[in-house]
Design a protein around this ligand. Structure first.
Ligand code: HEM
Length: 745
């Protein structure tokens, strides 16, 4: 103090300093299980669906339509119309969705947050969102950013002359950057050395992958395999490199990357061609000058930039001088009006490789006249241009068949495009009971995973009581009912809200044949329950098998615990025709620690798969802990093995798993780092066997802390209560028809 130095200068606060993640980057991370809680959400007890219902939807659409042509001096509209920019914003919001883990997508407004707000593929979309702010501000909580970003793309298409297939609102916003999505292991933007390296064997649901292992050279662009669950060819891109794979201007090789990445977004060849041809009927690309002129992305830009990034020092830095992708292409002569000209020009001309002013590979129509308008100068015209990825639609033989068909049948392109666009925007919304607004199409689509509406009165409390008795009298071991109910409900995924017990799809292909579902045991349980159903339905009442599967789990659990287990009827049974078998394949777990199924890969450890699945099930760390401990005590491993069944009384809902796991008299050893043997420290007698998904509850400091709660002398009662609550949550995860139990985030 005597020196007059301010003591604050020596302070370091606000999250600085070396953290656990720096010291132990491989530590199992539980942070994804505690995101999007009340602590991050400014709205308390807010019901977005109710707020949306008070929205003047038509007035909002009118305001959006007016905005399209209300060019702002700070970010002028190309051709006097923001339509192209807004379509790209909506497409990039929804287009991060991937089928294998149901994550990504536009369902939560994540484009506002890092990393997406700063991805190299999202350059200039900061401006698009900022242009929307006055409208968001006007309508406030009645329209979420998530809904607004997508609806704006829809309105853009309509305002340029193409009626859309419809629109559904109902996507509540999140308020912090999503941490659960594995975007790849590369540490540089546009890198792809990890996703195409060896050791990327198909791994589903690997949202907690530590991707920095196994760095190797790129594999051949004509044969390389993209790591699951990724759906983009480079870190920071939505799909593929527009210049061609790794910048190589090869349209046929580009088609290969497009097929893989669009396939991972649930799009087939027809839908893919329609989306690209339809999307690029509008707007232009931006590469007026060298990319060195472009400053830092929003996440790294200075405070004075107020959340905007990519400041462009080239001439005016906007309008005709805009640099976004570094490519400078205008596809059609009517970029603000729906037409088939994109495909007409694609086939009319031969294309020669040229460079954009920024030096990027693109293609120019050979010998063509300058028929394309300039975005700002009415006296200037350009010759038609295309991206390498555009020409994939002509030069890949399978895409060519589709695109030629669309060329000759513009109505077919319009129909396929608007349907694929609708699917793109709504794929991750879950069942129709979540959809809101006046523009919901009446046609039900197979990718909605439809379940029929209940056509009969639901069972009442008396029916429930008598059905439980019937179920327990079938002679099937109770733990098998618990396994089946769990298998049925635990396919749910919070990201795209697919799966769950409703529909009883566990009795249909492909789920009935999944190894994790133990098909032999499953068919024993299902035929017993069908017997109960038949007998019950010989009277005037009806019950679905979907309800019976869950009820059987509840009945068996009550018997095993002595605690009453809630049950809410109302599920119905889907048919095989209502079930897209191909698409349901993505719900099959690669590993599932709740049932002690599967094991580590070279990139993902078993316990990471367990946490990943817990995240898909929207569980907290305490819920994960209590469920695994309970399921082990109840003896419900997929194959009936005794791994982790750390109890002398299997089948009862006891806290024995925790008591025995935390017993210091047991020593554990392994020969394969996957299964472990526990012996008595004194006698050396063999006591237990267990897997990584069991022992992590004793070894991981935070999971151990939770295990101690349940393994304490006063833990049993709390354990049983918490288990039943978590069980009930899982059984009802897909019950969006029950307003109170719908996860809103
Ligand atoms: C613009 C690439 C698919 C809609 C662009 C730009 C690139 C690009 C590089 C220029 C960005 C800029 O510099 O401003 C690709 C690639 C695709 C693809 C590689 C897939 C292989 C799609 C799809 C849609 C779409 C599926 C919509 C359904 C648009 C629109 C623009 C655009 C409307 C114009 C943006 C504006 O006018 O500001 N695309 N795109 N694109 N893209 Fe795509």
């Amino acid at each position: 103090m005597a020196t007059g130095e301010c003591p604050i200068k020596k302070a370091n606060v606000g999250g600085g300093g070396t953290r656990n993640n720096d010291w132990w980057p491989d530590e199992l991370k539980l942070n994804i299980l505690r995101q999007h809680t009340a602590a991050t959400n400014p709205y308390k007890d807010f019901d977005y669906a109710a707020a949306f219902k008070t929205l003047d939807y038509n007035a909002l659409k009118k305001d959006l339509t007016a905005l399209m042509t209300d060019s702002q001096e700070w970010w002028p509209a190309d051709f006097g119309h923001y339509g192209g920019l807004f379509i790209r914003m909506a497409w990039h919001s929804a287009g991060t969705y991937r089928v294998s883990d149901g994550r990504g997508g536009g369902g939560a407004g994540q484009q506002r947050f890092a990393p997406l707000n700063s991805w190299p593929d999202n350059v200039s979309l900061d401006k698009a969102r900022r242009l929307l702010w006055p409208i968001k501000q006007k309508y406030g909580s009645k329209i979420s950013w998530a809904d607004l970003l997508l609806l704006t793309g829809n309105v853009a298409i309509e305002s340029m002359g193409l009626p859309t297939f419809g629109f559904a609102g109902g996507r509540p916003d999140q308020w912090e950057a999503e941490e659960s999505v594995y975007w790849g292991g590369e540490t540089t933007w546009l890198g792809n050395e990890v996703r195409y390296s060896e050791g990327n064997e198909g791994v589903k649901g690997s949202g907690v992958v530590d991707g920095d292992q196994h760095k190797k050279d790129h594999t051949d662009i004509h044969s390389r395999d993209l790591e699951e669950p990724l759906a983009a060819a480079h870190m920071g891109l939505i799909y593929v490199n527009p210049e061609g794979p790794d910048g190589v201007p090869d349209p046929v090789a580009s088609a290969r990357d497009i097929r893989t990445t669009f396939g991972r977004m649930a799009m087939n060849d027809e839908e893919t061609v329609a989306l690209i041809a339809g999307g690029h009927a509008f707007g232009k690309t931006h590469g007026a000058g060298p990319s060195e002129n472009v400053g830092k992305e929003p996440q790294a830009a200075g405070l004075e930039k107020q959340g905007l990034g990519w400041e462009n020092k080239f001439k005016s830095g906007k309008g005709p001088d805009t640099i976004t992708s570094g490519l400078e292409v205008i596809w059609t002569s009517t970029p603000t009006k729906w037409s088939n000209k994109y495909l007409e020009y694609m086939y009319k001309y031969d294309w020669e490789l040229t460079k954009s002013p920024a030096g990027a590979n693109q293609w120019t129509a050979k010998g063509a006249e300058a028929i394309i308008p300039d975005a700002f100068d009415p006296n200037k015209k350009h010759v038609p241009t295309m991206l390498t990825s555009d020409l994939a639609l002509r030069y890949d033989p399978a895409y060519e068949k589709v695109s030629r068909h669309f060329l000759e049948n513009p109505d077919k392109l319009a129909d396929t495009f608007t349907r694929a666009w609708f699917k793109l925007l709504h794929r991750d919304m879950g069942p129709r009971s979540r959809w809101l607004g006046p523009e919901i199409p009446s046609e039900v689509l197979i990718w909605e995973d439809p379940v029929p509406a209940a056509s009969h009165p639901l069972i009442d409390d008396n029916d429930v009581a008598s059905l439980k008795k019937e179920i327990l009298a079938t002679g099937v071991a109770p733990n098998k009912f618990i396994s089946t109910a769990w298998a049925s409900a635990s396919t749910f995924r919070g990201g795209d809200k697919r799966g769950g017990a409703n529909g009883a799809r566990i009795r249909l292909a492909p789920q009935k044949d999944w190894k994790v579902n133990n098909p032999k045991q499953l068919s024993e349980v299902l035929s017993a329950l069908e017997g109960v159903q038949k007998k019950f339905q010989s009277g005037s009442k009806k019950v679905s098998l979907a309800d019976l599967i869950v009820l059987a789990g509840s009945a068996a659990l009550e018997k095993a615990s002595g605690v009453s287990v809630p049950f809410t009827p109302g599920r119905t049974d889907a048919t095989q025709e209502q079930t897209d078998t191909e698409s349901f394949k993505h719900l099959e777990p690669y590993a599932d620690g709740f049932r002690n199924y599967g094991k580590s890969t070279s990139r993902v450890r078993s316990e990471q798969f367990l946490v990943d699945r817990a995240h898909l099930l929207t569980l907290t760390a305490p819920e994960l802990t209590v469920l695994v401990g309970g399921l082990r005590a109840l003896n419900t491993n997929y194959d009936g093995s005794s791994n982790g069944v750390l109890t002398k009384r299997p089948g009862q809902l006891t806290n024995d798993f925790f008591v025995n796991l935390l017993d210091s008299n047991t020593a554990w050893k392994t020969t394969d780092n996957e299964t472990y043997e526990g012996t008595d420290r004194k006698t050396g007698a063999k006591k237990w066997t267990a897997t990584r998904a069991d022992l992590v509850f004793g070894s991981h400091a935070e999971l151990r802390a939770l295990s101690e709660v349940y393994g304490s002398a006063d833990g049993q009662e709390k354990f049983a209560k918490d288990f039943v609550a978590a069980w009930d949550k899982v059984m009802n995860l897909d019950r969006f028809d029950l307003a109170s139990s719908s996860p809103q985030g």
